[in-house]
Design a protein around this ligand. Structure first.
Ligand SMILES: [Zn+2]
Length: 180
């Protein structure tokens, strides 16, 4: 996908995301309100107070084929345990007690915030298109940190690590504020 193609589709995707988020606003809870014991060791209070979760039977996936992005049909057909749009993430109801999936989606909340919506979606789509879901750098980052969270009790500041890794992956992202 060229940058021009992305620029043409970006407003449609962002609009779908904002509509989807507002449709579920009444069912959204802040992560802080859930009472998970370990997350405060990894995320600052502001993040836990502002990030929201909605429990669903099936995570809403953007209608990418319908807006002309048929190359992402496989992604659109996925049934992920969770997915994050801006500051809100959707998790399958049966995973509501799984603290690690909340940890994983919060990595994406940090990525969305650090990169800004346009740069996040461009980077995510590029990773998906060129490398596939499993090797998409933004997913590799989230799954790797999630694995550390699952296997060790030692806390760390996720936002600091994510920002460092994003700087390495996308050296110019902090300068390109016009894209945010
Ligand atoms: Zn993920």
């Amino acid at each position: 996908m060229t940058w021009e193609e992305f620029e043409a589709k970006f407003p449609l995707i962002l609009r779908w995301i904002k509509i989807t988020r507002s449709e579920h606003e009444a069912d959204a809870s802040t992560v802080a309100s859930l009472g998970f014991q370990r997350l405060p060791g990894y995320y600052d209070p502001e993040t836990l107070e502002s990030a929201k979760v909605v429990y669903v039977d099936k995570a809403p996936m953007p209608p990418l084929s319908a807006i002309g992005l048929a190359q992402f049909a496989d992604f659109e057909q996925m049934h992920p345990g969770g997915i994050t749009y801006l500051d809100t993430f959707f998790v399958r109801g049966r995973l509501r007690d799984d603290e690690a999936i909340h940890f994983h989606e919060l990595v994406h909340v940090i990525q969305w915030r650090a990169l800004g919506p346009k740069r996040f979606l461009a980077a995510y789509a590029d990773g998906l298109e060129r490398m596939g879901y499993d090797r998409n750098p933004l997913e590799v980052m989230a799954y790797t940190l999630e694995s550390v969270f699952r296997h060790s009790e030692r806390s760390f500041n996720v936002a600091t690590i994510v920002r460092e890794q994003l700087k390495r992956l996308y050296p110019d992202f902090e300068k390109e504020s016009s894209l945010a």
